[in-house]
Structure formats: C-alpha cells, structure tokens
Design a protein around this ligand. Structure first.
Ligand code: FAD
Length: 396
C-alpha cells in the first residue's frame, strides 16, 4: 500500500500544471491530497510549452468565462504564494499580416471590448512604436494590455509546493493503473504501480494521456494528443516586449484538422531567451522534433520578425496538448461516483489551470461552482451525436 495513514481524501493523477492546481485548491479547501505522477513534475506538456495567459484566443461563452476566472485566480495566486514564477502582466499584441487580418482584429476588439476585456486596435505606426522588430509592411494590430505570462515549470512547482505546505503529498514514478470500486459503484481505491491507495475520490489530470487512464478505468475520455513544436532562440534582451501572435493563430486553435498548421507566436522569457512557435498537428504520442516543422515555424515567424533570420536557435522541443473534440476542457465528474476529470485544455492549459483547480475543488467539496458545471461536463460526449455542442455563456 502506497499511501501514508490516514488515507487521502483525494488522489490526483498527474503532476502537470492542471494536477498541480487541482492539488493546491483541494488542499486549500481542507482535503488530504496525494498526487501520483508516473514521471516527474512537468514531464508532460507543462514542461514543453510557453506560459501565456491570454483572453483573445478564447471563444465566446464558456471558454471566455473560464479564462476570466483563471485571470482572477492567477492574480490571487501570484499575490498569495510566496514564490517567484515570473508572473508578468506584459500584455500581448495580435499582429495582422494583411487587410483580412485587420478586419478580423477589428471584430475581435469589438466583441472582447463588449465583454469587458481591455483592448484596442493599433495603427501601423503604433505597432512599430510598441515593437520595433516587427516587419515594416504590416498593416496594424491589436493590443491586449492585461494579458500576462508565467514561467510554466516554475508555476507548476509553485502550486505543488504550496499544496505540500498545506499537507498534500507527491509520489513520482508511480503510475495510475486501475480503479477499485464498491459494488454500488463508488471509488474505493486507486491501483498504482506501487500498490493500492484507498481513497474516496480520484482526479484524472493526466493531460494528453487522460484517455489512456480513462480506458484503464473503463471510462471513455475522448482526448487526443495535439503536438506542438517550439524553437528557443539565443538570449536577446529587449528584442520584443510583449507576447506577439499573428491573427491567424486563432484559426489553427479552432481548427480540428489533424494536418500540420503553423502560425507565428513569439515571446521573450525573463532571462532574455526568445521563444518562437507555433505548430499544431495530430500525430500520436511521439514527441521527437521534426526538422521540417521547425523550418516551417522559422519561416513563418521571420515574415513578421525579419531579424530572426540572423538569430541563432539554441534548441527546439515538442509537447503534446490535450485536445478535446469540441475544443472545451473536461472538468467534473465522470464514471463511478468519486471519479473526476480535469483535462483537455489544448493550448490554454497553463492559463486555465487555476480556474480548473478551483472548479474541481468545488465539485469535490460540494461548494457552489464558480461556473455552471454543465459547461465543461466530461459526460457530454457520451450523449451521442449532437451532444458536442459549444455551451453558450451568459453574454453570448
Ligand atoms: C508548444 C506548446 C505551447 C503551449 N503554450 C501555451 C501557452 O502559452 N499558454 C497556455 O495556457 N498553454 C500552452 N500550452 C498548453 C499547455 O502546455 C497544456 O494545456 C498544459 O500543460 C496541460 O497541462 P496538464 O497538466 O493537463 O498536462 P501535462 O502537463 O501533460 O501533465 C500530465 C501529467 O500526467 C502524467 N501521467 C500520465 N499518465 C499517467 C498515469 N497513468 N499515472 C500517473 N501520471 C500520469 C504525465 O506524466 C504528465 O506529467 C502549450 C502547449 C504546447 C505543446
């Protein structure tokens, strides 16, 4: 038996940022929490990504509401936790490549302003004043001054450490393998590679592997891995200030196409390291870097930031985003009583992790939910064709 006495109230599977946030909010709510991780913290997507907290990529309704809740949670977490995880409200700029993009930026600014998100269009002159490294022929952009950035690995470790200080425990190199339930269908224990852990609640926060964990538990969790590559450029302090994203990035996020899609994103870490993305493709669970994809990313990014052609790439890597069929995460109960899932955030899991942790803690402790539970109901896919609807939020 793996667990210390007394048994945990909740076992969280996965020590990526979503599992870390669930364990923090659950421990804060007074739960005895144990995290089991088959590798080490951040061995999944949370260790192979960027750390942007942005709202402009959220769809109207449920997704934007989750993003706004996450922003509130991040504000509170960064004020409360005694850790520097490089939280920086640096703002982001949507960069337009042509007149069509400009039209799209106009629409985005109009609807997000209506939702209370601070943003405004930038003329070409204002764009270059903000970011002098951008190509001179770009027709403009849109500024989102409240978007922020964290260092995702530090943020994950900060949430895990904060949970530990509240009594949570973390077991690494322990794989969740099965579930033991009572005859009336309640969770009784988690079976792991190092023995059973008696518990009344289990949270699957296994990122792109959540479907594999679900299968072991006899539960359908329709999450696939969506691969993304990143290039790390040499340290270039001041090269850019804000997070930069081309307008077409939203289309790659919204698309369900399995083929390769590339859109420019660029940011600079506190250390001065430049991060260049992005790619999306569904190719299984292989995280090897594909030089063809790296070249495609570099070419696209240089269209917007010509000086990149001279910048040295230090390394590149790829991670697996947990991709849900309707582009919304799965947060809430699934299968036997006591089983929950917190996964499927695709390219927004760093941003949405805090709100997800809060909602999971509210589900498990029976507190009122901060957002309607049906919006992210993991059981929505089991209801047959037509059930995979985007759930409209209050203002849409
Ligand atoms: C290139 C790239 C850029 C990105 N940029 C951003 C960004 O700027 N902003 C943003 O918000 N998001 C971004 N994302 C998305 C973000 O990285 C993910 O949504 C997020 O990290 C998912 O976190 P997670 O905890 O759900 O999954 P993961 O971090 O993958 O963690 C899952 C964990 O579960 C463990 N596990 C799996 N199976 C088992 C098992 N059976 N037993 C025990 N443990 C198990 C794994 O080892 C892993 O550590 C990006 C992703 C990529 C790939």
């Amino acid at each position: 038996m793996l667990s210390a006495s007394p048994s945990p109230d909740v076992v969280v599977i996965g020590a990526g940022i979503v599992g870390a946030a669930c364990s923090y909010y659950l421990a804060r709510a007074g739960m005895r929490v144990q995290v089991v991780e088959r590798g080490f913290p951040c061995s999944g997507a949370s260790g192979a990504c960027e750390g942007n907290l942005v709202l402009w990529d959220k769809a109207p309704g449920a997704e934007l509401a989750l993003g706004k809740l996450a922003f509130e949670c991040w504000d509170e977490v960064q004020r409360t936790l005694d850790f520097d995880f490089e939280f920086d409200r640096k703002g982001s700029i949507m960069v337009c490549a042509n007149e069509r993009d400009l039209e799209e930026a106009r629409r985005t600014v109009a609807w997000l302003s209506g939702e209370g998100v601070r943003c405004r269009l930038l003329t070409p002159e204002e764009l270059f004043e903000e970011e002098p490294a951008l190509a001179r022929d770009l027709p403009g952009g849109a500024l989102f001054p409240d978007d922020a950035q964290v260092e995702p690995r530090l943020a994950t470790v900060a949430l895990l450490e904060a949970a530990r200080r509240l009594g949570a425990t973390l077991e690494t190199e322990v794989e969740a393998q099965g579930l033991a339930c009572s005859p009336d269908g309640r969770v009784q224990a988690l079976r792991t590679s190092r023995g059973a852990i008696p518990t009344g609640a289990v949270v699957i926060a296994a990122g792109a592997w959540s479907s594999e964990v679900g299968r072991r538990f006899g539960v359908e969790i329709p999450i696939r891995a969506r691969k993304g590559h990143l290039i790390v450029g040499e340290k270039s302090p001041g090269f850019i200030r804000r997070k930069l994203v081309e307008t077409g990035y939203g289309d790659t996020v919204e698309s369900s196409d399995a083929g390769l899609q590339v859109a420019m994103v660029a940011e600079i870490a506190k250390s001065g390291t430049v991060l260049i993305g992005s790619s999306r493709q569904i190719t299984g669970y292989d995280t090897r870097v594909d030089p063809f994809v790296i070249q495609a990313i570099a070419r696209r990014a240089a269209r917007f930031l010509p000086a990149l052609r001279q910048m040295k790439a230090v390394r590149s890597y790829a991670g697996l985003r947990p991709f849900s069929p309707d582009h919304l995460p799965l947060i809430g109960p699934v299968g036997p009583e006591g089983l929950f899932v917190a996964s499927g955030h695709e390219g927004a899991g760093i941003c949405e992790s805090t709100a997800t942790g809060l909602l999971i803690s509210q589900w498990i402790t029976g507190q009122p939910l901060a957002l309607p539970g049906e919006w992210f109901d993991p059981r929505r896919f089991a209801r047959g064709p037509g059930a995979e609807l985007r759930v409209p939020g209050p203002a849409s």
